[in-house]
Each structure stands twice: as structure tokens, then as C-alpha cells.
Design a protein around this ligand. Sequence first.
Ligand SMILES: [Zn+2]
Length: 85
Amino acid sequence: MTRIADTLAYLYLNSLDNTHLISVIVEEKAVCPYCWESIYFEIDTSVSEQEYVEDCHVCCNPILLRVNSFGSAVNIETAKEDDGF
Ligand SMILES: [Zn+2]
């Protein structure tokens, strides 16, 4: 009996987690500071302010990203990693 209850609790938590992920990860477009291509980044909107480096999908250079989230609105600034903001 205990084992079944544990399994159900685990499945329940797992489904909660998936719902959470779908609702906070959004795709937003920003311009690469190296090749000037518009590329999509996956943004975690559960964090209101964050900075991190992600490689450009087109030219593979390291882009420094500064992301501000206000509810569903997302603002992205990009810079070359070596230059900073
Ligand atoms: Zn690029």
C-alpha cells in the first residue's frame, strides 16, 4: 500500500513539474552582436533578472545576455562576451 502511494505522489509531482516548465520557458528573439542574425533564445521567465552567456546558433560566438522579465513581457539585451554591458 505504501509503495503505491509513493508512486502516485511521485507521478503527481512530476506532472506538476512539467506544467511549471511549459508555463515559464518562452522563446524570445534577439539580435546576435557578432553576425546580426535574429535568433531565438529560450528564456526562463520565473527569474525576473538574469545575465548569462549562450553561444549564437548561427555563428557560434559567445553572446552575453541580460534578460529582464515582467510577467509575460521579456526584454533581452545582447553584447559580445568580451565587451560586457
Ligand atoms: Zn551570431
